[in-house]
Design a protein around this ligand. Structure first.
Ligand SMILES: Nc1ncnc2c1ncn2[C@@H]1O[C@H](COP(=O)(O)OP(=O)(O)OP(=O)(O)O)[C@@H](O)[C@H]1O
Length: 891
């Protein structure tokens, strides 16, 4: 809690003002040094919760303090602690626990500031991820210890922190401390070590009245002080919300995979940022894997953005928070790691990229804006199906709350919308609600998982992944639906298999399927990082394994040739804006990392010079064309070569799939009308996406998806080398950080076997233990049958090569049929004008029929169709199997 920026600000909401001003001098009259500290920080008048809680707590009562976010709860325990402190005594007198390290540090800073004039004040923080030795030193003469439960427990166990003289025990964000089992265990243990006779204070903005019984364990009699009830001005509106925060929901079309959902949400995000002035913004996502992607996307759009998540080095995390609170970063993309407690007075915009897990998380997240009565805006970007339902459920569980729906097409700056121009969010929900994730820590519970599964199945039966509207009104949705469903099934099937076979690192099993889909790394053992293997390495692996290597050797040469080709082509000046001209039937292998595939380069080159349609294909194309009443000439037109764009995609980057040059230009397609007016986009038609082509956008295609410079920039911004790189994944924090259960749900098992206590003491040995455990698990789970299956698969591959039919070749032709067929449905609807030129690499292989139609402007749009994803996925899946097989067999 930094020094207040608000004390002179008269434009604060009423919930932080008392009817009659109550100066701190009235409450802390006998403590001039504390009063001086308060006034130096800009704290002159007490807020309603401070007026209500301070006398009670100063009097020594056990107290529960509950008040809205940002209304000044920290001072309700900081001031009494300082008043009570015996400065002349060096021993530990107060212990304060917080669920995240960042909050602990913030509280310690608040003590330091308010107590700056107290001679000999010793308040220290003790948090995981920092050297224990330093903590041991700090603990020697510490009077007030603020920390995370794991580290404090450890120091108490070691008798480094001596607690016999502790007079007060304070639990900040107490609901979080008690909803998380691991925290609860530690808190209980710490409590048992403390003297019976002490004052206990618990504080939060979101105490569920059903959970109050847990406090009986810690406090025999207690007084509850609630902000809203005591707050004279806020009585008219006793909502749990900060009055200054305007809340909105922005919807995107529901799809069953995040591959499509995320880019669509990114479009919405950019749209919001472009249409709303803001000082500082925090963007929350539910997934650790997504923060970096969103941050990079924003940087691509010239926003100054940082990202923070639990697997970063602790020093980096603290610096990132500091950058936020000292207004050095404009946007911080984050997991729920900073959803609570973090106080940055300039944050006036919060955007949720995903539906928060529960009402408390929602309140805490949006409470990062509108601190101490400030004004702010909060947006939650949701898919218009399950996420929206879950969100309504969340909102329904909070009293008196108003959320507005943002129109799908924002036609003017958001603040210019009059209240009556925006609809209120309709809060009626269907009876059957999906609880997407465990409210405690984000893990999908087994029974909930089943529920989700059941619902998904039901959805499949009832076609509910598309609204009835869509199906009725749009014939083409049927093919999209099937295609999507197929993709979804494949993903699920693969995930299941990977989980069963213990092939996916548990850390990556979030429900963000995009990660599993597009990043092969998690599919390999942590020791088998994909990045360690060059194509040559992989081929060497094969060589060692099987004597039947010659057939692959031939391919290796071709691959090398291919890489040379790539280097050459990348150096060639390219005509970026003519990327796809007439070049629609490229082979599907272009969409994956060419280095990793066994693509026959000659075939590739050949394919780029001549149509890939054989007689049979041609027959089918004719059928499709006649059905769709279009000329087939364009489909079998001889495409020009475009080597430049065929080989640039990186295998591991989700955005490569789309190669969307500029997310802000990505728009939902309209099936039934012209594209001309993009703002007229129909909300129900977000199923297919188009994006506008711009000349600068074309530049992006040149870029490697992994941007070395950006990486380094980030290092600079973090000021620490460790902010980037593989070490992130090897950091012991991942396994041992008790604080990030919310976003590191997947580590729970590791945490159990290796909690922070061990880690903090012997971090290295702990990590080794974890790794060893993992290794043993893997060993135990080694499945003979799977091994044989893999071997069989490998053999099949070899046979294929022997037959001189590459996987890619076979699939290419198959996909051509498939897609033409699907597009045929679009053609019937005459929805895609023939002059569209696909722009993305992965799209260029698909033929959008040419006719003589006018609509030249439509050249500037591109269409991304689910069929492409589907096909791409099939190939990706095979690729992954192949890589896994190679790597496994090399062991
Ligand atoms: N009496 C006061 N006068 C002016 N500013 C204050 C006062 N009390 C607190 N503040 C400021 O209000 C902001 C929010 O305070 P604090 O972090 O204690 O809120 P909180 O209720 O604990 O919020 P959260 O529940 O989100 O953690 C801080 O920036 C703090 O400096």
């Amino acid at each position: 809690m930094p020094a207040s920026e608000y004390s002179k600000d008269t434009d604060r909401t009423t919930d932080v003002q008392t009817q009659d001003e109550t100066p701190f001098s009235d409450i802390v009259m006998d403590h001039p040094l504390i009063l001086k500290g308060l006034s130096d920080c800009g704290f002159i008048n007490a807020s309603p919760i401070q007026v209500a809680a301070l006398p009670t707590i100063i009097a020594g009562n056990d107290t529960i303090v509950e008040a809205k976010n940002g209304t000044g709860k920290t001072l309700t325990f900081v001031i009494p602690t300082l008043i009570r402190l015996k400065l002349e005594q060096d021993h530990l007198q107060t212990i304060i626990l917080a669920p995240t390290r960042e909050i602990a540090v913030q509280i310690q800073q608040c003590f330091k500031k308010v107590g700056q004039h107290l001679p000999g004040l010793k308040c220290e923080y003790f948090i995981g991820g920092t050297p224990v030795d330093v903590d041991k030193q700090k603990a020697k003469s510490c009077q007030i210890a603020v920390g995370s439960p794991g580290r404090i427990k450890h120091l108490l166990n070691e008798h480094v922190l001596k607690c016999s003289e502790v007079k007060s025990f304070i639990l900040d964000e107490v609901d979080k401390l008690f909803t998380d089992k691991c925290f609860t265990k530690d808190v209980r243990l710490i409590d048992t070590k403390l003297p019976k006779l002490k004052q206990t204070i618990v504080v939060s903005a979101s105490i569920d009245k059903n959970d109050m019984s847990v406090f009986d364990e810690f406090m025999k009699e207690y007084i509850i002080v609630k902000g809203a009830e005591e707050d004279m001005n806020a009585l008219q509106d006793p909502s749990k919300f900060l009055l200054g925060i305007q809340q909105y929901v922005a919807c995107v079309k529901a799809v069953s995979t995040n591959i499509i959902l995320l880019p669509a949400k990114n479009v919405r995000l950019l749209n919001i940022l472009q249409n709303l002035p803001f000082t500082q913004c925090i963007i929350f996502t539910n997934y650790m894997t997504r923060v970096e992607a969103v941050c990079n996307m924003l940087r691509d759009h010239n926003y100054k953005a940082d990202y923070i998540r639990g697997d970063q080095d602790q020093s980096i995390r603290l610096k990132l928070v500091d950058r936020l609170t000292s207004f050095k970063s404009k946007i911080l993309v984050a997991t729920d790691l900073i959803a609570r407690g973090i106080d940055s007075s300039n944050v006036d915009l919060v955007i949720n990229m995903d539906c928060p897990h529960d009402w408390a998380t929602y309140l805490h997240r949006i409470g990062r804006a509108g601190r101490f009565g400030n004004k702010g805006n909060a947006f939650t970007i949701l898919d218009d199906d399950k996420e929206l339902k879950t969100f309504k459920h969340i909102i329904n569980s909070i009293e008196s709350i108003k959320v507005k729906m943002l129109p799908i097409a924002i036609t003017k700056p958001i603040l210019e919308y009059a209240d009556n121009e925006l609809e209120d969010l309709n809060l009626t929900t269907e009876t059957e609600m999906l609880t997407i994730q465990d409210t405690e820590n984000g893990i999908i519970k087994e029974n909930e998982n089943n529920l989700i599964e059941e619902n998904l199945n039901k959805d499949n039966e009832s076609n509910s992944i598309f609204s009835t509207n869509d199906i009725e009104s749009n014939v083409s949705s049927l093919s999209e639906k099937e295609s999507l469903q197929k993709l979804c099934d494949l993903v699920k099937e693969t995930e299941k298999k990977l989980i069963e076979n213990n092939m996916v690192d548990k850390r990556h099993l979030t429900d963000d399927r995009s990660y599993v889909l597009f990043d092969p790394e998690p599919l390999l053992d942590s020791t088998d990082q994909y990045t360690k293997y060059s194509p040559e390495d992989l081929l060497d692996i094969i060589k060692n394994y099987d004597s039947d290597f010659e057939k692959y050797e031939a391919n290796k040469k071709l691959m090398l040739k291919n890489s040379t080709l790539q280097t050459v082509s990348e150096n060639e000046p390219s005509n970026k804006n003519q990327i796809c001209e007439n070049n629609d039937l490229k082979i599907l292998s272009n969409t994956t990392d060419i280095k990793m595939s066994n693509i026959n380069t000659d075939q590739l080159l050949e394919s780029q010079h001549k149509p890939l349609i054989n007689c049979e294909d041609e027959k089918l194309v004719n059928e499709v064309c006649s059905e769709s009443n279009i000329s087939n000439e364009s489909i079998i037109d001889d495409p020009k070569t475009d080597i430049n764009n065929s080989q640039r995609l990186r295998f591991t980057d989700i955005y490569s799939l789309f190669q969307i040059p500029d997310f802000s230009l990505l728009k939902p397609v309209q099936h039934d009308s012209e594209f001309a007016h993009l703002t007229d986009v129909d909300e129900n038609d977000v199923s297919t996406l188009i994006c506008e082509k711009s000349s600068e956008a074309g530049e992006l295609l040149e870029e490697e998806n992994f941007d070395e410079e950006e990486y380094c920039d980030e290092e600079e911004s973090c000021g620490e080398e460790e902010s980037c790189g593989e070490e992130e994944f090897c950091d012991e924090e991942e396994y041992c950080d008790e604080e990030e259960y919310c976003d590191e749900e997947e580590y729970c098992e590791e945490e159990e076997c290796c909690d922070e206590e061990e880690c903090s003491d012997e971090e290295d040995s702990c990590k080794e233990e974890c790794d060893e455990d993992k290794y043993h698990d893997k060993q135990e789970n080694f499945d003979e049958k799977e091994y044989c299956d893999n071997k069989k698969l490998y053999k099949e591959e070899i046979d294929l090569v022997a037959e001189n039919k590459s996987f890619d070749e076979r699939y290419t032709n198959k996909n051509c049929f498939y897609n033409h067929n699907n597009h045929g449905i679009h053609f019937e609807k005459d929805s895609y004008k023939s002059t569209q030129k696909p722009f993305c690499n992965n799209i260029q292989k698909y033929n959008f029929p040419k006719t003589e139609e006018k609509n030249i402007e439509i050249n500037d749009y591109q269409v991304v169709d689910y069929d492409i994803l589907n096909d791409w996925y099939s190939q990706w899946k095979q690729q992954m199997n192949r890589i896994q097989t190679f790597v496994r067999m090399s062991k």
